[in-house]
Design a protein around this ligand. Structure first.
Ligand code: SF4
Length: 72
């Protein structure tokens, strides 16, 4: 397992790393510090739009606040 190369600067990780909610923790374990960081939709958002995704957009593309998929 290796940490994502964006771990230190990622707004999502900074905001949510200390939140104990199981969904968030699972996302971080799966993507940010797990083996799936290359599948992170936040990275795809950046690649496609050239902009940073909403802070609350989880690596699976769902907004942690609204529960809705972030379109991009
Ligand atoms: S949310 Fe995505 S870009 Fe941010 S640290 Fe996790 S895997 Fe990396």
């Amino acid at each position: 397992m290796s940490d994502c190369e964006k771990l230190a600067t990622c707004a999502f990780h900074k905001k949510y790393e200390s939140i104990a909610a199981s969904t968030i923790k699972r996302m971080i374990d799966m993507y940010c510090t797990g083996d799936n960081s290359e599948k992170c939709l936040r990275k795809q958002f950046i690649e496609k739009t050239g902009e940073d995704p909403p802070v609350s957009m989880m690596p699976n593309g769902i907004d942690a606040e609204s529960g809705r998929k972030v379109d991009f």
